[in-house]
Design a protein around this ligand. Structure first.
Ligand code: ARG
Length: 458
């Protein structure tokens, strides 16, 4: 394709380091679509004949069905997907094929193809994220009133509801979707027609190709268009953040399902056994989701490092922009499917959760709040009094709601037996009705709001 001034072929090592076909073959569909748009535009502008454009379009359709039917042989000697397709086109339609590359370079071609690929990937991830959110919101609705221990510093803090905990991940996923959607808006400009770096002397209609490929507009600077990789760095950054969210949840699943904790169980569908210890039920899927966050964040770092020293315009370094991101987006997609499956599969042990929620004097804040509300104590004083009561309870080893009234009265004589109304974990969560709080009625309405919103595809 470029051998005019070359007398001999490349060394085998040169070919091995140069070829990208094993990776960029995944762009075949986008490459063919973009070539068809380019050819149609060239004909419309009178740069090639309508007859040649028709032959090219027909040939490209044939190649698409050959590739999808597994009848196409990609050749390493032809370097990349662009030259593999063009070479086959030459076999199929003869000299017309040679006109396709008019006013185009592989530099704007690959930038266009990969943008289209990333855009498709974002759309798939968005739908996977919405499935994940739906699974979470449905489970949250089922467990709006299931009380569990809320932790800070991994210490029992205050009772919360399991539904509330799950909805926290729905919010995170919503921000992830927002980040992908923002990146999608920015990437949706067409580099096609920027040619190698300087634009072209042919009278192109770049608006026509942009429109045909679903882009909002053509890119405004040809140098930027061929050397920009923000369109993959940005979604990859969104992917890394999303993977970190999944990893945090995966870690909680690993912890909850440990027999030491036992708050949640996964079925046989999402656990594996041990080849030596017959009793084991390992949360491998959750552990792997946790690990994949490392791969995904690693791909982002790798791409940032590839790009950081590159002057304008296209440099071959940029060929390394695909393997890591493609692997990372696939890993994210699989992680999302696994998390969605685990959410649907998991069963909380409600009795154990409730018991654990009451341990560690988790309703101490409720007692302090009661002192503030009923005795008009300043919160700092109430905190101090409650601390003394908790110390007393801890000494005798009884939970707060079993501590005799006299004991509390010795510390604060104005306490009445009304206080017992706030010391149970159920009362505690029920009272947290502030907007965004954990009260079952809040959780129920938030879960329903999400389900309705997801129904509408948002
Ligand atoms: N395979 C190349 C890539 O992915 C295509 C662009 C090559 N351009 C060039 N001038 N060698 O980056």
């Amino acid at each position: 394709m470029w051998g005019g001034r070359f007398a001999s072929g490349p060394d085998a090592i040169m070919e091995a380091i140069n070829a990208s076909i094993d990776v960029d073959r995944h762009l075949y569909r986008q490459d063919i679509t973009a070539s068809k748009a380019h050819a149609a535009m060239l004909a419309e502008q009178g740069i090639i004949t309508a007859d040649d454009a028709a032959k090219i379009a027909h040939g490209l359709d044939t190649i698409l069905s050959e590739i999808e039917g597994g009848k196409f042989t990609f050749q390493r000697a032809l370097e990349d997907v662009h030259m593999n397709v063009e070479s086959r086109l030459t076999e199929l339609v003869g000299p017309a094929a040679g006109r396709l590359h008019t006013a185009r370079s592989r530099n704007d071609q690959v930038a266009t193809d990969f943008r289209l690929w990333v855009r498709d990937t974002i759309d798939q991830l968005d739908s996977a994220l919405s499935d994940y959110q739906r699974a979470l919101a449905e489970k949250a609705l089922d467990h709006a009133g299931t009380v569990m221990p809320g932790l800070t510093h991994l210490q029992t803090a205050q009772p919360v509801t399991f539904g509330h905990h799950l909805l926290a991940y729905v919010e995170m996923a919503a921000r992830d979707r927002g980040r992908f959607a923002d990146a999608r808006k920015r990437l949706n400009e067409s580099p096609l027609g920027s040619a190698a770096l300087a634009g072209t002397s042919f009278n192109l209609d770049r608006d026509m190709t942009a429109k045909a490929l679903g882009f909002d507009r053509p890119t405004a600077n040809s140098l930027d268009a061929v050397s920009d990789r923000d369109f993959v760095m940005e979604p990859l950054a969104a992917a890394a953040i999303c993977a970190v969210h999944l990893s945090r949840f995966a870690e909680e699943i690993v912890m909850w399902t440990s027999p030491l904790v036992g708050l949640v169980a996964l079925s046989d569908k999402f656990t594996t056994g041990s080849s030596i210890m017959p009793q084991k039920r390992n949360p491998d899927a959750a552990e792997l989701v946790r690990a994949k966050a490392g791969r995904i964040a690693g791909a982002l770092t790798a791409l940032l490092m590839v790009m950081k020293g590159l002057p304008l315009a296209y440099q071959k370094d940029m060929q390394e922009d695909k393997e890591g991101p493609m692997d990372a987006f696939a890993a994210l997609s699989l992680s999302l499917a696994a998390m969605t499956g685990m959410v649907r599969d998991m069963t909380p042990d409600a009795a154990r959760m409730k018991k654990a929620a009451g341990e560690g004097y988790a309703t101490a804040t409720d007692l302090a709040d009661w002192l503030v509300r009923t005795l008009k104590m300043p919160f700092r004083d109430a905190h101090h009094v409650t601390g003394k009561i908790v110390a007393e309870a801890a000494q005798t080893g009884v939970p707060l709601h079993r501590l005799p009234l006299e004991v509390m009265r010795k510390i604060e004589p104005r306490i009445t037996d009304e206080v017992f109304g706030v010391l149970s974990v159920d009362r505690s969560v029920k009272s947290r009705t502030s907007y965004g709080g954990t009260a079952p009625k809040n959780v129920r309405s938030q879960a329903k709001r999400w389900l309705k919103r997801l129904e509408k595809g948002r």
